[in-house]
Design a binder for this molecule. Structure first.
Ligand code: AMP
Length: 112
């Protein structure tokens, strides 16, 4: 299920443009509009939920699928020497878009 007032749901529906690098029936991966590394991709589930604790059976399956699909997508997009995955959860983490997404950062040596 997608939401009408979520920016990532609008990107999934094609109502807002994005620089897509991968798409299938379960997930979409596009370039972050304000990249924090040479390569900065966002992997989003094609179902709307805000936080890991809200994941139900279907979204848990999608999350697991995303984690196993990301290595191939990362390598195809310039992260062949490693990459970092980040999932911001809530205000203290600085989460700004409340649709679960996985940041994929790489393409260079990343400071911790
Ligand atoms: P977070 O802070 O973990 O919620 O991450 C949200 C990310 O979404 C930020 O890194 C933003 O730069 C990115 N972002 C917001 N709007 C867009 C957009 N229209 N296209 C691509 N990335 C976006």
């Amino acid at each position: 299920m997608l939401s009408n007032d979520c920016i990532f749901c609008k990107i999934i529906k094609g109502e807002i443009p994005s620089a897509k690098v991968y798409e299938d029936d379960k997930m979409l991966v596009f370039r972050d509009i304000e990249p924090k590394a040479k390569v900065h991709l966002l992997a989003v589930a094609k179902t709307h939920f805000k936080l890991l604790e809200e994941a139900d059976g279907n979204s848990k399956d999608i999350l697991s699928y995303m984690l196993f699909k990301i290595p191939e997508i990362a390598k195809q997009n310039g992260c062949d020497n490693g990459y970092r995955l980040i999932i911001n959860q809530g205000d203290d983490a600085g989460q700004t878009v409340f649709h679960l997404h996985i940041h994929i950062l790489g393409g260079e040596n990343l400071p911790w």
